[in-house]
Design a protein around this ligand. Structure first.
Ligand SMILES: Cc1cc2nc3c(=O)[nH]c(=O)nc-3n(C[C@H](O)[C@H](O)[C@H](O)COP(=O)(O)OP(=O)(O)OC[C@H]3O[C@@H](n4cnc5c(N)ncnc54)[C@H](O)[C@@H]3O)c2cc1C
Length: 465
């Protein structure tokens, strides 16, 4: 709980309009999309960088936890204040400070939605590459803290590759500008990339300089249907071996297609066992060659059909199938474990095949889809949470899936991050040396461990000297 001195100081700092202390008001800031919940002691809505500096200094003085909150769409529990303390909501820091097309950058506050960034950039003929499916709602601060990405990452990379610099406040309340305003720069360690993906455990982001890319002149989308899983995974490998890199290469397996057919009949071929959604963008003159490469890569045994969209309306129809999936999963089973593992492309066929084996052995429904061009597969284990046996089977199956991913030289998370969900597993991927270095880094940024405690980086605080 916050003492009276701290409460008075908070009121003075941000004003009572930007402070919640009633548990009923604070309740909703205790969730994220993991559906986990912990009640914060207070919620503060800073509106300036200076207020964030003062807030962190105050929290340091009283050793009070601070948990940054964008829009609470994280799927891992990363935004849940499990040790209480103050939730720092950035939803009122929503200014676009500058859009600079000449230098191909945009400077924004952390509460701006990804969608607003895209709309603003579009007016100047540009876009920001990170495109999570939650773009309409999720914030740039949350995107950066999770190193979020989406379908376009296969061609353009994630937040780390598309952010030039940050303004942040460390766990000691120091103001720090990282990065450059130029497209090159190699003075010192890359603190920008370090803070990106650190899930609010090293510093609070109060401003970001985003790298913009010119909108492509032309775009084509293909939906390719196969009557076997092996055919689709082979086509993924083929597409990624060709010279033109797709701007999206999405995969949906048979269980995913069954869901779509149940709730939106007619959207996919009746004999479909796997579907790929492939997009190419670039110069208009490149599209003929792109179409030829896609055809060649996908005409494998058990290929069923290929549909091409060349207008925006046709394109949206093809994407409807893929975009329907995440919300549809909510209709199925009472619980889902939604993972986002990444495999080297060449190991995808073996991985998916072996996940099917695990699903059968544990008698679980597993739905696989995702950003196959990056080898990033959303593996969804669906089960009835009220049945203890199913719950135990799902947990055991998950452990085996993670072991399989690592044995195939993959990684446990491509975009959702660690949060609380994957915390017990990270020592299977990271070496003791890496873990120790990470906790040393955490200590440098946040010596008292007040930023998002109990998460990433705070794992070895018990060994603090
Ligand atoms: C329907 C749906 C679809 C999704 N699709 C995708 C997808 O395609 N790709 C993908 O990558 N993710 C996806 N996600 C996950 C999620 O939307 C992203 O991780 C997003 O980046 C979180 O943004 P947010 O503003 O909601 O952050 P929050 O959930 O509020 O916070 C996420 C983390 O960021 C930290 N944080 C927030 N703001 C700051 C800040 N200013 N400074 C420091 N730390 C901060 C929080 O403490 C927390 O650790 C999806 C989620 C949903 C619900």
């Amino acid at each position: 709980m916050l003492n009276n001195e701290m409460l008075r100081a908070l009121q003075q700092l941000v004003g009572s309009d930007n402070l919640l202390t009633d548990p009923a008001d604070c309740w909703v800031y205790g969730y994220d999309n993991s559906r986990r919940h912990a009640l914060p002691w207070a919620v503060v809505f800073p509106i300036t960088h200076e207020q964030v500096v003062a807030l962190v200094q105050l929290a340091n003085l009283h050793a009070v936890p601070l948990v940054a909150h964008g829009r609470g769409t994280a799927t891992t529990g990363a935004a849940v204040p499990i040790q209480g303390g103050i939730v720092v909501s950035f939803e009122r820091m929503t200014r676009i400070i500058m859009c600079d097309p000449v230098n191909r950058l945009m400077i924004v506050e952390p509460g701006v939605s990804n969608q607003l960034v895209q709309e603003t950039a579009k007016q100047e003929g540009f876009f920001w590459a990170p495109d999570p499916s939650s773009a309409y709602f999720s914030s740039v601060g949350g995107n950066l803290a999770c190193n979020a990405a989406g379908p376009r990452a296969v061609k353009y990379g994630t937040c780390r590759e598309n952010t030039l610099g940050l303004r942040v406040v460390t766990g000691q309340g120091e103001s720090l500008d990282t990065g450059v305003y130029t497209t090159k720069g190699v003075v010192g360690y890359d603190l920008t990339r370090l803070v990106i993906g650190s899930e609010g455990t090293l510093a609070l982001i109060t401003q970001a300089t985003l790298k913009l890319l010119p909108l492509p002149a032309a775009k084509r989308t293909w939906q390719v249907t196969f009557s076997s899983l092996e055919a689709a995974t082979q086509a993924i490998v083929n597409v990624m071996q060709q010279s033109l890199i797709p701007s999206a290469l999405e995969f949906m397996d048979e269980a995913a297609l069954r869901l779509i057919q149940t709730y939106s009949p007619g959207l996919v071929h009746a004999q479909a066992r796997a579907v790929l959604l492939i997009e190419m963008e670039g110069a208009a003159g490149m599209m003929e060659e792109a179409a030829a490469q896609i055809e060649q890569a996908c005409r494998v045994p058990h290929f069923l059909e290929i549909k091409m969209a060349s207008t925006e309306a046709e394109r949206l129809t093809l994407w409807k199938v893929r975009k329907a999936l995440s919300p549809l999963l909510r209709h199925f089973g009472s619980q889902k474990i939604n993972e986002d593992v990444v495999l080297p492309i060449s190991r995808l066929p073996e991985f998916i095949e072996r996940v099917y084996g695990l699903a059968q052995r544990h008698q679980l429904t597993i739905v696989n889809f995702g950003h196959a061009g990056n080898g990033n597969i959303h593996v969804n284990l669906l089960f009835d949470a009220d049945k203890v046996q199913e719950q135990e089977a799902a947990q055991e199956c998950l452990r085996e899936i993670f072991a399989l991913v690592l044995s195939l030289k993959g990684t446990l998370s491509g975009e959702h991050g660690v949060g609380l969900e994957k915390l017990p597993f990270i020592n299977q991927e990271l070496s003791p040396v890496a873990l120790k270095l990470m906790s040393d880094i955490k200590r440098c940024f946040d010596p008292k461990g007040i930023l998002n405690p109990g998460k990433y980086g705070s794992f070895s605080f018990e060994s603090k000297p």
